[in-house]
Unconditional design. Structure first.
Length: 303
């Protein structure tokens, strides 16, 4: 399957828990993580970075509730560098918060109070990881640093962290869905079929079932994107190790890999357009082309 564009595509996790219409599910997730019982979803203020892409990164879900600024990220591959990503996300969100907050005066001679940050990474990759793992930014530096960020990584693979999943029904259902897609993919060897089947197999009483069914095309596109992201990251790691053993060919391999990523990304866009999962206008924008140029190149690809 060709590589997907990792820069602009949202994750299914964000689509479910970062969606304004699903505030109650987001609050349920917050309660499960923190052992609280808040019920007023309207009091929650979403602060997710929607319109800024920085260093090819876009955060999944962030929101303000009960004087805590919550940063939630989902990862399908284990990434020990998440604290650095959270540092960047937090800087952007707090900069916007300070700009808009009437009660925060950054040049005041008195200590100003700000919402307490909470950084949570929800992991559902295939590597076996602990139910709970704390990642620290200090591990990124050779010497003691003046900045620290701690990220709590929670394993949400189905069957792990049972108390957490039982405390948040939408999270449990999301975990079940991801596991069912993986199971179906082994059976059908086709990701789209696997996603369709998982939606249809989801128990009727599941809260997120109707939401996923109503947005079936978007859900499939997100699953395809994330699948290709994981596959591409794994391939790049393997290539990187191989290049380290053959330094003399490093430059040529890098050029070939870059060209392959560009062509693979375009082929993925064409595939999504042909399957009705993406419009030609949006595909052309992501390919940095006019619609006419996109059509011409797509026609050549089909020959």
């Amino acid at each position: 399957m060709p590589e997907a564009n990792r820069e602009y595509k949202d994750r299914l996790f964000k689509f479910i828990f970062g969606n304004p219409q699903n505030r109650a599910w987001t609050l349920s997730l917050y309660n499960a993580v923190n052992g609280t019982a808040y019920t007023d979803a309207d009091s929650m203020h979403l602060t997710t970075i929607e319109d800024a892409v920085y260093m090819n990164m876009k955060n999944d879900v962030s929101f303000l509730v009960a004087n805590t600024m919550n940063f939630y990220e989902q990862q399908s591959t284990f990434n020990p560098n998440m604290p650095m990503r959270f540092l960047i996300y937090a800087g952007m969100v707090y900069a916007k918060y300070i700009e808009q907050a009437d009660s925060y005066h950054q040049y005041s001679s008195s200590q100003q109070k700000a919402p307490t940050p909470r950084c949570i990474c929800f992991y559902n990759g295939k590597q076996d990881k602990e139910d709970k793992l704390v990642l620290s930014l200090r591990d990124s530096f050779d010497e003691e640093a003046d900045i620290e960020v701690k990220v709590t990584m929670l394993n949400i693979n189905y069957g792990r962290n049972r108390d957490l999943l039982e405390a948040c029904q939408p999270l449990k259902e999301y975990s079940w869905f991801v596991a069912k897609v993986n199971e179906n993919q082994k059976k059908y060897n086709d990701l789209e079929v696997a996603v369709d089947a998982a939606i249809d197999q989801m128990p009727e009483e599941y809260q997120i079932r109707v939401f996923l069914a109503e947005n079936r095309a978007e859900v499939k596109r997100m699953c395809i994107t994330e699948y290709n992201e994981v596959k591409t990251l794994a391939e790049e790691r393997m290539e990187g190790r191989a290049e380290g053993r053959a330094e003399g060919r490093a430059e040529g391999r890098a050029e070939g890999r870059a060209e392959g990523r560009l062509e693979g990304g375009f082929a993925m866009l064409v595939s999504l357009v042909r399957k009705g999962l993406l419009s030609e206008d949006k595909a052309a924008v992501e390919a940095n082309m006019t619609v006419s140029e996109f059509k011409k190149k797509a026609a050549v690809l089909a020959m």
